[in-house]
Design a protein around this ligand. Structure first.
Ligand SMILES: O=C(O)CCC(=O)C(=O)O
Ligand SMILES: [Fe+2]
Length: 323
């Protein structure tokens, strides 16, 4: 599973790898864990999502962005990044979030709000697609947890409490004089994200050594990105990479659409004992409420911190005190 230089590792999920009693499950689980530790990110190749469903969701989601602004802004949320967003300082980027977006109920509420005359085709396709992404998400998590050898109760507790954010994003090409950055460099505050795009380049990921990988999209592949909450759960083993979206094109007609499913835990996130005992390392992150962490992220401290999760709940080990 060694990646080519300057490429993200590629991991395939198929019927063989997805059967836990098959040897391929174990080797794939280790590859997942390795990729999350080394890159915090990997390309997932799977045919679990039918290509016509994917095409339909991308086509129908374009309707969202054609709506008048007064309709778009009706999609609000108390949590930053969960509602509708378009900001003067990020002029290329626009997004809609659906809180609890892997459920039919929430997808229907969102659809009714934005399309009062109805848009059942969007609602059904978006729900079906996000539900499949949530299954892929759970599979990645289960593999990573298995590879760490933590008891299944840890997986059950977290996945039963998961709040999913489904996000629909659009990036336009820059006008003359505008920069290429659509979404500035950040690490995700989620546990894990599964991303997809309309095969238009743009996602760039920083490796541990500071070099940036420009991801080459392709149909039937997704990008899995670990967030800061996963890093804390793993006591710092999983890497939460900085990443950004850049529209490095002068062709005005190029538009990048992306879809993402981000997980947040409603229950306390804590490092399993096994991960401390294994290498006798010290606990680096106190147990924390993931949803409270999202409130911290928008405070002055949270916004200015180099790594929000470390300043929120990190424990400094072996700090020396100046005499
Ligand atoms: O559009 C993408 O591919 C990435 C989006 C992203 O990084 C985010 O929403 O946090
Ligand atoms: Fe992100």
């Amino acid at each position: 599973m060694a990646p080519e230089q300057n490429k993200l590792p590629v991991i395939t999920f198929n019927t063989e790898t997805l059967n836990p009693s098959n040897g391929a499950w174990q080797s794939t689980s280790h590859a997942v864990r390795q990729a999350l530790e080394d890159y915090g990110c990997f390309v997932l190749a799977t045919n679990k999502i039918p290509s016509d469903l994917r095409d339909t969701v991308f086509t129908l989601s374009k309707d969202l962005f054609r709506l008048p602004t007064e309709t778009k802004i009706k999609n609000t949320s108390d949590i930053l990044g969960f509602g509708y967003g378009k900001y003067a300082f990020m002029p290329l980027w626009e997004y809609f979030g659906i809180e609890d977006g892997a459920t039919l109920e929430a997808t229907r509420c969102f659809t009714d709000l934005l399309f009062p005359l109805g848009n059942n085709a969007f609602c059904e396709a978006a729900f079906e697609y996000m539900k499949l992404l949530s299954e892929i998400h759970n599979c990645v998590l289960r593999m990573a947890f298995d590879s760490y050898g933590v008891e299944p109760k840890h997986y059950d507790r977290l996945t039963e409490s998961t709040l999913y954010l489904a996000r629909f994003m659009k990036y336009r090409a820059p006008n003359e004089g505008e920069g290429a950055i659509g979404l500035p460099a950040h690490s995700d505050k989620s546990f894990l994200a599964i991303l997809d795009d309309n095969d238009v380049k743009g996602l760039e990921v920083e490796m541990r050594n500071g070099e940036w990988i420009h991801h080459e999209p392709s149909p039937s592949t997704f990008v899995v990105v670990a967030g800061e909450a996963f890093m804390a759960w793993s006591n710092g083993r999983v890497y939460a990479p900085m990443h950004q979206v850049a529209m490095r094109t002068t062709q005005k007609e190029v538009i990048r659409y992306s879809l993402g499913l981000f997980s947040f835990m409603r229950t306390t996130v804590e490092v399993p004992d096994k991960l401390i005992e294994d290498d006798k390392s010290s606990l680096l992150f106190r147990p924390f409420s993931h949803l409270d962490f999202l409130k911290y992220v928008v405070t002055e401290d949270g916004r200015t911190s180099k790594c929000a999760i470390k300043s929120y709940t990190g424990i400094t080990v072996g700090a020396t005190v100046d005499p």
